[in-house]
Ligand binder design. Structure first.
Ligand code: NI
Length: 169
């Protein structure tokens, strides 16, 4: 297993729509293991493949640190088949360090996906898990949490972040 390098905003791979996973082979299992290790090392509650530079529809989620009844979820080729309600939560992202913003999401979801063996599964989720699922599925569509905030807040973020990037150099 290996801890992978996490791509940070504004890395172009984060803006790309990721391609479906079609082969469930040994290499995919290895990538999943590495992504899980990378997520725990960060530490984070979710990590999508584009965040480690791989434009595939794969993500891992573990919110057990916030709510221990949830196990590790390996999410492959997910699609939201039903959503309802609204919930607002202060979200962060490993690709945008030291930034959080309130994002509005659906409160309840049904997601269809493949598990790591390629079997189709249906996940019913509410609250924190529903938020995490939507955040990670957004990553697979090239969207970041800053694409989900108001244009004024986004402009403010970009100005501040550009300034921070310049100071780093
Ligand atoms: Ni994220």
């Amino acid at each position: 297993m290996a801890v992978l390098d996490i791509k940070k905003y504004p890395s172009p791979v984060l803006k790309k729509k990721a391609a479906p996973v079609s082969v469930f082979d040994e290499a995919l299992q290895q990538l999943i293991e590495d992504m899980v290790e990378t997520m725990y090392a960060a530490p984070g509650v979710g990590l999508a493949a584009p965040q480690v530079g791989i434009s595939k529809r794969l993500a891992v989620i573990d919110i057990s640190s916030r709510d221990e009844k949830y196990p590790l979820i390996v999410l492959i080729n997910p699609s939201i088949v039903k959503s309802e309600g609204e919930i607002e939560f202060e979200e962060g992202c490993l690709s945008i360090p030291e930034y959080t913003a309130k994002v509005k999401r659906s409160e309840n979801l049904i997601v269809r996906a493949h598990d790591r063996a390629g079997t189709e599964v249906e996940i019913e989720a509410g609250g924190l898990l529903a938020i995490a699922l939507q955040h990670e599925i957004d990553h697979l569509d090239g969207l970041l949490l800053i694409d989900r905030i108001s244009p004024i807040k986004r402009e403010f973020f970009k100005k501040r972040y550009r300034k921070a990037l310049k100071t780093e150099k």
